[in-house]
Design a protein. Structure first.
Length: 93
C-alpha cells in the first residue's frame, strides 16, 4: 500500500493510532483507574504475579530475543552491504 496520488497512505493508515491518541487513551484509563482507587500493583496481584515474577519474565524474554536479534543482524547486514556495494552509482538519487 504505497502512497497514493492524493497523499493518503491507503486504508490501513486510516485506522492506525498516532502517539497523541495512545497517550490520551493511556491517560484516560489511568484517570478511570484512579477514580476507583485501583493501582498497578493491585492489578498485578489480582493476576497472581509478583514484581519478581514480572522481572523474571522480562529477563527470560531478553535472554530469548537477544540471540535471535543478533542472528538476524548477522544475516541482514551482509546482504544489505552487498546490495549497497553492487548498486549502480546515481541509482538512489
Amino acid at each position: 500500500m504505497g502512497n497514493q496520488a492524493d497523499g493518503s497512505r491507503g486504508h490501513v493508515a486510516e485506522h492506525a493510532f498516532n502517539g497523541d491518541q495512545i497517550r490520551a487513551c493511556v491517560g484516560t484509563i489511568g484517570a478511570v483507574l484512579s477514580v476507583f482507587d485501583i493501582s498497578a500493583i493491585e492489578v498485578v496481584k489480582e493476576m497472581g504475579l509478583t514484581p519478581e515474577a514480572i522481572r523474571g519474565l522480562i529477563s527470560r524474554a531478553f535472554e530469548w530475543a537477544l540471540p535471535h536479534f543478533i542472528l538476524g543482524a548477522m544475516v541482514i547486514i551482509p546482504i544489505w552491504l552487498i546490495i549497497y556495494l553492487l548498486r549502480p552509482p546515481g541509482l538512489g538519487k
